[in-house]
Design a protein around this ligand. Structure first.
Ligand code: GEK
Length: 251
C-alpha cells in the first residue's frame, strides 16, 4: 500500500542556542528557514491574529481596490488576506525587503490553492507605491522601521486608503508604567519559556533585537494613526505586550 506522504517537519528555531556572539538580528536566510517556528513560539497571539486577518480583510476589502501586506515575511498574513478577499477584481501585493523571505514566500503562495493572484515584491516598504487601498496590513513590521520614518509611512498609507479603508497594525508595545512594563515583559518571557526557549536563548535574542526592534506605546501609535487621517482606531487584540489595532479611514 502506498504510504501517505508526510509534511516535512517545521525547521526548529535554535539560532540563539550557540555560545558565540550572534550580533544584530537580521532577516537573513537562517532566520527565513526557521521563521514559522520562531514567530509562533515568540509572539503571543500570532496564531490567533493570522486567521483574524482573514476575517477583517473580508469585512473591508472592496471591489476594484488594492490590498497590501507590508513586511510579509513568508506570506502567512498575505495568505490570510488572500482568503479574505472575495472580489475577483482586487489586487493583493506582499512586500518584504529580505530576499530570503520573498524567495520562500513564493513557494508558500504557490502551494496555496486560492485563485486570486498575489504579487510579491522584494523592496523597502518605505518606497512601495500605494494607491486605492482598501486593506493594508503591517503585521509586526512597523516596529522594525526606523522610528523617524514611521509617521511618513503611516501618512502615506492613510493617504492611499480609500474612504472606509482599513489598516491592520500589529506591534510589540512598551508601557508608560515601569511596573506594567516589568510584568508584561516577564509574562512574555514566560510564554517563550513555556514554548521551549531557554533563559539564555531569550536573553541573547533580546540583545540581538535591542536596536533593531524599537517598540512604542499604544498612545504613540493611536496618536500617529489619528493624525495621519484614520478616524477610528481600535485595539481588537492584545496578549501581554503584543497588540493588534484596526484603523479605519472615515467613509
Ligand atoms: C507575518 N507579517 O508572518 N521594508 C520591507 N520589509 C521590511 C522592512 C522594510 N523597511 N523592515 C522589516 N521588514 C509577517 C511577519 S516579520 C515580524 C512580519 C517579526 C520585514 C522583515 O524582513 C520581516 O520579514 C518582516 O518585516 C517582519 O505575519 O519577525 O517579528
Amino acid at each position: 500500500m502506498p504510504s501517505t506522504p508526510k509534511r516535512p517537519a517545521q525547521a526548529q528555531d535554535r539560532l540563539f542556542t550557540g555560545t558565540q556572539e550572534s550580533g544584530e538580528f537580521r532577516f537573513d536566510a537562517a532566520v527565513a528557514r526557521v521563521f514559522p517556528d520562531m514567530i509562533r513560539r515568540s509572539v503571543p497571539g500570532y496564531t490567533t491574529i493570522i486567521p483574524m486577518i482573514e476575517v477583517i480583510t473580508d469585512q473591508y476589502a472592496r471591489p476594484g481596490s488594492n490590498c497590501y501586506d507590508l513586511g510579509c515575511s513568508l506570506g502567512a498574513s498575505t495568505l490570510a488576506m488572500r482568503h479574505g478577499i472575495n472580489h475577483r477584481n482586487c489586487t493583493l501585493t506582499g512586500v518584504d525587503n529580505s530576499p530570503a523571505m520573498i524567495e520562500r514566500a513564493e513557494h508558500h503562495i504557490a502551494l496555496d490553492d486560492h485563485s486570486l493572484p498575489v504579487s510579491l515584491r522584494c523592496e523597502d516598504i518605505l518606497h512601495t507605491e500605494l494607491q486605492q487601498a482598501s486593506v493594508t496590513t503591517l503585521n509586526f513590521t512597523l516596529q522594525f522601521v526606523p522610528p523617524d520614518r514611521r509617521t511618513d509611512l503611516i501618512r502615506r498609507i492613510a493617504g492611499a486608503s480609500i474612504p472606509g479603508g482599513a489598516l491592520i497594525l500589529s506591534e510589540k508595545i512598551r508601557f508608560e508604567s515601569d511596573a506594567e512594563q516589568a510584568i508584561q515583559t516577564r509574562l512574555h518571557h514566560e510564554f517563550k519559556r513555556a514554548n521551549g526557549y531557554s533563559s539564555l536563548e531569550i536573553s541573547r535574542k533580546r540583545s540581538a533585537l535591542e536596536r533593531v526592534l524599537v517598540p512604542e506605546t499604544l498612545a504613540q501609535h493611536q496618536d500617529r494613526l489619528h493624525a495621519a487621517g484614520f478616524s477610528e482606531v481600535i485595539v481588537w487584540y492584545q496578549c501581554f505586550n503584543f497588540v493588534s489595532m484596526l484603523a479605519i479611514k472615515s467613509p
